[in-house]
Design a protein around this ligand. Structure first.
Ligand SMILES: CC(C)(COP(=O)(O)OP(=O)(O)OC[C@H]1O[C@@H](n2cnc3c(N)ncnc32)[C@H](O)[C@@H]1OP(=O)(O)O)[C@@H](O)C(=O)NCCC(=O)NCCS
Length: 155
C-alpha cells in the first residue's frame, strides 16, 4: 500500500495537536505546533486517510543535521505502514537537502517506536538517564539514536 505524502502547514496545527494528544501522555498544544510549523527550519510531513490526518512526522534541521521532533500515527491506523512511509519520505527529502545525519530520542520503554527506527537504519548512540517521566511511576532513559545518510531505506 502506498500513501500520498503531504507537507503540513500552520493550518494543520489543531489536528496535529489532537492526534498528538491521542499518542502521548504529554500533549503539545495547537499553539506549540503552530510555532513549529511556522519555523523555516522545520519540515512536517503527513498522511491523510479518508480526509482526516492519520499520521505525521516533524523534523528540524540545524547545521546540516536533522532531528526528529515527533512522530505519531492515529491509534486506529497503526501497523498499516504509515510511520514507515513517513520515515522513508523524510530520509529521501533530507538526502536531497544534503543533510548528513538524522537524530532522535526515544523512551527506552517505547518498543514500537524503537522497532520502527531500528528497521529504518537508526542505531543507538547513547542514553540520557531517567529522562522521561510523563505517565510513568519510574522515570525511563531516553535512548539517543541516529542514522547517517547514504544508507538504503528499509521496509
Ligand atoms: C511508533 C508509531 C509512530 C508507529 O507508527 P505505525 O504507523 O503504527 O508504524 P508502521 O505501521 O509504519 O510500522 C513500521 C514498523 O515499525 C515497527 N513497529 C510499529 N509498531 C510496532 C509495534 N506495536 N510493535 C512492534 N513493532 C512495531 C515494526 O518494525 C513495523 O514494521 P512491520 O509492521 O512490518 O513489522 C506509533 O506506534 C505511534 O504513534 N506511537 C505513539 C507515539 C510514539 O510513541 N511516537 C514515537 C515517539 S519517539
Amino acid at each position: 500500500m502506498t500513501y500520498p505524502i503531504m507537507v503540513l502547514s500552520s493550518d494543520d496545527a489543531g489536528r496535529m495537536s489532537r492526534l498528538h494528544a491521542r499518542s502521548f501522555d504529554d500533549p503539545w498544544s495547537a499553539m506549540s505546533f503552530r510555532g513549529l510549523l511556522l519555523d523555516p527550519s522545520v519540515l512536517t510531513l503527513g498522511i491523510e486517510l479518508y480526509g482526516d490526518l492519520a499520521a505525521f512526522v516533524m523534523v528540524q534541521t540545524v547545521a546540516g543535521e536533522a532531528d526528529i521532533l515527533t512522530i505519531a500515527t492515529e491509534p486506529d491506523h497503526r501497523r498499516k505502514g504509515l510511520a514507515a512511509t513517513l520515515i522513508r519520505a523524510l530520509v529521501n527529502r533530507m538526502g536531497e537537502r544534503g543533510v548528513s545525519r538524522i537524530t532522535l530520542d526515544v523512551a527506552e520503554d517505547n518498543a514500537p517506536a524503537r522497532a520502527l527506527y531500528t528497521a529504518h537504519g537508526f542505531t543507538e548512540d547513547g542514553r540520557r538517564p531517567r529522562y522521561y517521566t510523563s505517565g510513568r511511576d519510574v522515570p525511563v532513559d531516553a535512548v539517543l539514536m541516529s542514522r547517517n545518510m547514504g544508507l538504503p531505506t528499509q521496509n
